[in-house]
Ligand binder design. Structure first.
Ligand SMILES: CC(C)(COP(=O)(O)OP(=O)(O)OC[C@H]1O[C@@H](n2cnc3c(N)ncnc32)[C@H](O)[C@@H]1OP(=O)(O)O)[C@@H](O)C(=O)NCCC(=O)NCCS
Length: 207
């Protein structure tokens, strides 16, 4: 069992604490909100500001970001600049990881998620509950896959993209870097980088 400190104290951070399982002893959260110091979240202490993790003898996972600011995780990871061995990979015990699949350091897979076969998940990726990633999918670094998303085979989710809850993505489609797919969307065509698409069939909302 290794010690784990979670960066952030919001919803995703508390979900990650709950997902950590027997491999980790969760010491608490670090957060830059001064109002949180000395308080607890989900029964765990706020240990100090984010920069303090550098000096802690524990593995670290960054659990921030939401649809309005989904680049926040990358910004904090880059600011911390920790060596690769410090990043924890947190996988809920119920997650199914099929043959040939890989999950990178700093990534979190919440309960009930399935990676069928030969799926690649990059670094610092957030995968919410009940996501299905099928054969040959590639999820880039810092991407976020919200709950209930299902990707057909060979889908590419490029770095930093956000896939909203319950979205369905047709096989072989590419979601460009930094793009956002709205919740409940059915994506049938490639989404260019940095664009927001939504609906059934998904269409461009804005760049
Ligand atoms: C796509 C999204 C980012 C747009 O948010 P927004 O910029 O605030 O846009 P608005 O709510 O003002 O909607 C703009 C238009 O797009 C439509 N729209 C928004 N989201 C949509 C969606 N998911 N599917 C279909 N249409 C959608 C709205 O109906 C509206 O249409 P109108 O102009 O004809 O009235 C947001 O709705 C979304 O889906 N975010 C992801 C949320 C999520 O997955 N959360 C789970 C984790 S917490």
């Amino acid at each position: 069992m290794r010690d784990l400190v979670i960066v952030g104290a919001g919803g995703f951070a508390r979900e990650t604490a709950a997902a950590a399982g027997p491999a980790w002893r969760v010491r608490g959260f670090v957060d830059d909100d001064p109002a949180l110091l000395g308080t607890t979240r989900a029964g765990l202490p706020i240990l100090g500001p984010v920069a303090d993790v550098a000096g802690m003898d524990a593995a670290v996972v960054v659990c921030v970001g939401n649809p309005r600011n989904y680049a926040a995780r990358r910004q904090i990871v880059e600011r911390l600049g920790l060596p690769a061995r410090r990043w924890a990979t947190v996988v809920h015990p119920s997650v199914s990881i099929g043959a040939g699949s890989r999950v990178g350091p700093g990534s979190v897979l919440l309960a009930g998620t399935v990676l069928t076969a030969d799926v690649t998940v990059g670094w610092h990726v957030a995968v919410m509950p009940q996501v299905v990633l099928t054969h040959d999918d590639r999820v880039g670094d810092y991407a976020t896959i919200a709950s209930g998303v299902r990707l057909g085979g060979g889908v590419v989710v490029d770095d930093g993209a956000y896939v909203g809850a319950g979205a369905l993505v047709r096989e072989g489609v590419k979601l460009g870097a930094g793009s956002l797919v709205g919740l409940g969307s059915v994506v049938l065509r490639d989404v260019p980088p940095e664009e927001t698409w939504a609906g059934n069939p998904a269409r461009r909302l804005r760049s």
